[in-house]
Design a protein around this ligand. Structure first.
Ligand SMILES: *[C@@H]1O[C@H](CO)[C@@H](O)[C@H](O)[C@H]1NC(C)=O
Ligand SMILES: *[C@@H]1O[C@H](CO)[C@@H](O)[C@H](O)[C@H]1NC(C)=O
Ligand SMILES: *[C@@H]1O[C@H](CO)[C@@H](O)[C@H](O)[C@H]1NC(C)=O
Ligand SMILES: *[C@@H]1O[C@H](CO)[C@@H](O)[C@H](O)[C@H]1NC(C)=O
Ligand SMILES: *[C@@H]1O[C@H](CO)[C@@H](O)[C@H](O)[C@H]1NC(C)=O
Ligand SMILES: *[C@@H]1O[C@H](CO)[C@@H](O)[C@H](O)[C@H]1NC(C)=O
Ligand SMILES: *[C@@H]1O[C@H](CO)[C@@H](O)[C@H](O)[C@H]1NC(C)=O
Length: 924
């Protein structure tokens, strides 16, 4: 029983800890982290609201068959949030009907042979996750008119209308597909972008909320900024909410202002039949000169579709409120006028009766033949729609321009060509009806480019010829005199694009895609073949973005690889492209087919964000079986939200003018990466560098005095001059020491980690036996330069310097060394002829320090593993005490820190921590 109690607690904790919301760089207090209300996260899985399951805690606990977990709704003030609840179901087991019941595997209750299995097997209750039901495969469209007069609870909120002085109106479009609800809003130009969006049920409970703009109302999205639309997606609607949506019992609210001076617009999601064929929309606002008091909070929207075959016609559905006087209660006529905006030339005028006027929402529809010229004016955004009261047309009137449809949508294709050509194209329509497009063709030179044509696949009619301009690999353009006949094939995925280049050409088929997450990035990336034995039809188009919660989103479409192949999508990240650069691999997803989109459950780590921000990241697609890389692209344009931007502190050069955090413990120096704790000679042979905690430190050597001051010479690649003995130089004999070569007879100071060159030791490459011989020079010698070791007799012991001479032998019996290596010994970097025996432990040899006692290594079957002794307070204390003595005697030393296995930085850190601990323990 106790164990079970513990497990319940454990599961509860586990479920709450694993939230999707944590942004790695945000502290939770700031409350900016996403809190997806309508789903639970258990383990690393998303659970739908209302689902239940038997928990599998993985190794070592495994599946708990007597536990049942549910993702249940929980009311927190006005919000409904999902919460995991697990309970023990053992006492719900039916009483066994026999004397010797048995506990079957993978079940909770004991059963008798022949018992009805259905009663006891709770596992069967569980709804399979991620199953898409048939009805969800269909695409369903909804629209909402958002005004101050919706039927929602805003009746309570008397203050809201006061704040909506400008009579702001908005309209939304919603596309439900595969459990996801895409939303698009278009709002009066009088209003700024709203702060947030809520989805509500009819009781006013908040089902889900989205932040639309952060401080300053900045929009990160190019598309949303250019179209003034608000675009997004609510992923994975729970079944109950899908039902609300289907029954038109879901509401949306847009919110402006701050907590104390909020103003909101709301409306109900309604399934209008005409949405499926919508081509144009209109937001209707109280017209200039109308009675602002009578029309307070009212508005309308229109859904417009056209057809050019068999003869041009238009269909308009208008949803509105606020055009009725208090006396009008039934069969009220409403006047609908469509006119050319500048000339006020009337294209269409009709009177339609509203049978029973409602204060929140009324619908009228009309269809009419029009001329082709009218359709052209319509597609160029020049038509004004006016809906007015017949009894009081001047006081009660709504109007708005007819613009291209409000749904946030782009059109895209990969471009496949002959002669190894590959590219991509994407485009969208702005509110003025202009087509804004970008075409990228790999390796295309501007002079090679001939023409871009768009063709309607139905009837193969050439619909439009585009005339782009070129700039750095892109052919971009805006077509503002768009012919109407392009719109219908564009919206219905019937448009082909052909790009003529040189004497070849590329082609693709434009597909409509809703804008959200990845597809809200400024531009897509071209995924190119990695291996030119693949056919040229293998091309991909990738959208990548990072949201405000630091989650990465991707959307990839590929062509030429068939539908069956299993592939792997991953990121390959480098801080910079340089020899030895560390690589970070991030697996995104395994997939089949030619389209994949998603977002990992976990937010990007700080390191990954660093790489995306200032490093070099590749997105690659591998064949799952052969592991051969098929497609790849360099990610260069990921815009990181401010909330995910790393804090700067940089060493690695800037690539996109964005400073970068050093992402690894490795060091970047003179265009190369060096491993942690390694030493190397810089391009300047008088400079030795080493890498410590990602920081490169270099020390400059001063050369010891020569015995032949006049007859000296400098050998290329060496720092210190040698005596110009022609005999020795001719022999070209060298000593090798610590990775550096020295001509015979040369004198130098050895290099010591982490202090640098040890000016108090002089080594010589003996010309006779090519041995390095070192000796300490007089400790109080003036030449023992910077930071000299000057020992006073009263500080003896650990710190005292012994005068000694030692040497490094070059010659050893090689056969002996070879044998040791063969038997599993390890190389001695300091002396290749003296390997370490298999199974031996040793301290590495570091320059003139000799054995470096702070590190202990063990050689096992050819591999050395080393561990550093930890720097602890007792070590630091000795150093600090020593320093105190030194400062009193006004003398300095450098040896202490490395001798005590600490660096000054480490000791300061430990001291700081210790002080804080002491302070807090005093308080208690
Ligand atoms: C068990 O339940 C399934 C459906 O839930 C039903 O089809 C089946 O007949 C039941 N079996 C017994 C033995 O009742
Ligand atoms: C609106 O009023 C009703 C009843 O007066 C109340 O139950 C509901 O909570 C109110 N809604 C809000 C959002 O205040
Ligand atoms: C947003 O759009 C406005 C007008 O359309 C433009 O002036 C501005 O530069 C755009 N800003 C960004 C960040 O794209
Ligand atoms: C062309 O379009 C691409 C993608 O939209 C964009 O990245 C690029 O900056 C544009 N070039 C110019 C010169 O506008
Ligand atoms: C390219 O593909 C061919 C055939 O699949 C393969 O033999 C070759 O090794 C690949 N080359 C590279 C560089 O991957
Ligand atoms: C090397 O010789 C030159 C003159 O030939 C002299 O000026 C210089 O100081 C000497 N260098 C050393 C390190 O003795
Ligand atoms: C080396 O490997 C062998 C087998 O591969 C193993 O038996 C032996 O214990 C290993 N020796 C050491 C020192 O790890």
């Amino acid at each position: 029983m106790e164990v079970l109690k513990f497990l319940v607690l454990f599961i509860a904790l586990w479920a709450t800890i694993e939230t999707r919301t944590k942004s790695p760089l945000l502290d939770e207090d700031r409350g900016l982290a996403r809190n997806k209300a309508a789903e639970c996260i258990f383990g690393k899985q998303i659970r739908e609201l209302g689902s239940h399951w038997i928990p599998d805690l993985g190794v070592p606990i495994g599946v708990l068959y007597c536990m049942k977990c549910e993702c249940i709704p929980f009311q927190r003030k006005r919000r409904i949030v999902a919460r995991v609840q697990c309970r023990n179901i053992k006492n719900e087991c039916p009483e066994p009907t026999c004397d010797d019941p048995v506990l079957l595997e993978k079940s909770c209750c004991k059963t008798c042979p022949g018992d009805n299995k259905n009663e006891t097997n709770f596992v069967q209750d569980i709804v399979p996750q991620n199953k898409i039901e048939e009805e969800e495969r269909r695409i369903n469209h909804y629209a909402a008119l958002l005004t101050g007069r919706s039927s929602l609870d805003l009746k309570n909120d008397t203050s809201s209308n006061d704040l909506n002085k400008n009579n702001v109106v908005a309209t939304g479009r919603f596309t439900f597909h595969k459990k996801n609800l895409h939303y698009s809003f278009y709002i009066s130009e009088k209003a700024a972008r709203p702060r947030s969006l809520h989805f509500l049920d009819s009781q006013g409970n908040i089902l889900e909320e989205f932040t639309l703009s952060h401080a300053g109302g900045l929009v990160n999205s190019l598309y949303q900024n250019a179209t003034r639309k608000v675009c997004g997606i609510w992923r994975r609607l729970p079944r109950d909410y899908r039902r609300l949506l289907k029954n038109e019992k879901m509401y949306v609210v847009l919110i402006w202002g701050t907590k104390d001076s909020e103003f909101t617009l709301s409306g109900r999601l309604t399934n209008y039949i005409s949405l499926a064929s919508e081509q144009f929309s209109s937001l209707l606002e109280p017209a200039p000169g109308t009675d602002s008091a009578k029309m307070a909070g009212s508005g309308g929207m229109a859904i417009v579709s056209t057809s050019s075959t068999p003869s041009p016609s238009i269909h308009i559905a208008v949803a509105f409120n606020g055009l009725f006087t208090t006396q009008e209660s039934s069969e009220v006529p409403i006047n609908v006028i469509l006119c050319l905006d500048e000339k006020r030339q009337i294209l269409l005028e009709e009177n339609i009766k509203v049978r029973k006027p409602a204060s929140d929402l009324n619908l009228i529809e009309l269809s009419s033949p029009v001329s082709l010229a009218d359709l052209r004016s319509l597609s160029r955004g020049r038509v004004l729609l006016t809906v007015s009261s017949v009894s009081e047309p001047n006081a009660l009137r709504l109007s708005g321009n007819v613009i291209t449809k409000i749904t946030c949508e782009i059109f895209q294709t990969t471009l496949i060509g002959d002669k190894d050509l590959a590219g991509l194209a994407w485009m969208y329509l702005n509110n003025q009806g202009a087509l804004i497009y970008s075409i990228q063709v790999d390796n295309m030179e501007p002079e090679q480019f001939n023409a871009v044509t768009l063709t309607d696949t139905a009837g193969k009619r050439k619909a439009e010829v585009l005339t782009p301009y070129f700039h750095s690999g892109w052919a971009n353009g805006t077509e503002d005199r768009l012919v109407h006949k392009i719109l219908e094939p564009l919206y219905n995925s019937r448009l082909d694009m052909r790009v003529a280049v040189g004497n070849g050409s590329l082609h693709g088929h434009l597909n409509a895609k809703l804008v959200a997450d990845a597809r809200d990035a400024p531009a897509p990336l071209l995924l190119k073949r990695e291996n030119y034995t693949l056919p040229p039809s293998v091309v991909g188009l990738a959208w990548i973005s990072v949201d405000n919660d630091c989650h990465i989103h991707y959307d990839i479409s590929i062509s030429g690889l068939g539908h069956e192949r299993k592939m792997e999508l991953y990121l390959e990240m480098y801080p910079i492209i340089a020899p030895g650069a560390p690589v970070l691999l991030k697996h995104l997803e395994d997939f089949e087919g030619n389209q994949v989109e998603g977002s990992p459950l976990e937010a990007l780590t700080k390191e990954e964000l660093d790489m995306l921000d200032g490093g070099v990241t590749f997105i690659k697609i591998k064949d799952f079986n052969s592991k051969a890389v098929l497609l790849s692209a360099t990610i260069t344009r990921v815009k990181l939200p401010v909330t995910c931007r790393p804090l700067y502190n940089n060493n690695v050069p800037l690539i996109y003018d964005i400073p970068v955090v050093r992402p690894t413990e490795d060091c970047f120096f003179e265009g190369k990466f060096y491993k942690k704790d390694s030493t190397w000679v810089s391009k300047n042979p008088c400079q030795m560098c080493f890498c410590q905690d990602g920081q490169t430190t270099c020390d400059r050597m001063t050369c010891p005095d020569l015995k032949c001051p006049r007859n000296n010479m400098t050998i290329p690649g060496e720092c210190c001059p040698v005596c110009g003995d022609p005999e020795i130089l001719k022999s070209n004999k060298k000593c090798v020491f610590n990775g550096m070569t020295y001509s015979s007879g040369s004198r130098f100071h050895p290099f010591l980690i982490p202090i640098g060159f040890d000016d108090c030791t002089v080594c010589t490459c003996d010309p006779n036996d090519l041995e390095i011989k070192c000796r300490r020079i007089e400790s109080n010698s003036a030449k023992c330069g910077k930071g000299s070791v000057t020992e006073t007799p009263d500080t003896q012991g650990e710190d005292s310097v012994q005068m000694s001479t030692w040497s490094f032998h070059r010659k050893e019996e090689v056969s002996n060394a070879g044998l040791i290596i063969k038997e599993g010994g390890c190389n001695n970097q300091n002396n290749l002829e003296r390997p370490y025996k298999n199974g031996s432990t040793y301290h590495p040899h570091i320059a003139s320090l000799g054995e470096y006692k702070c590190v202990t290594c063990k050689c096992q079957n050819g591999t050395s593993t080393c561990a550093r002794e930890r720097c602890e307070w007792k070590n630091c204390k000795m150093i600090f005490d020593l320093r105190k003595v030194r400062s009193k005697t006004n003398k300095r030393s450098q040896f202490s820190f490395s001798d005590y296995c600490c660096s000054l930085k480490e000791c300061r850190k430990i001291r700081h921590k210790k002080k804080i601990e002491e302070r807090s323990s005093h308080k208690q």
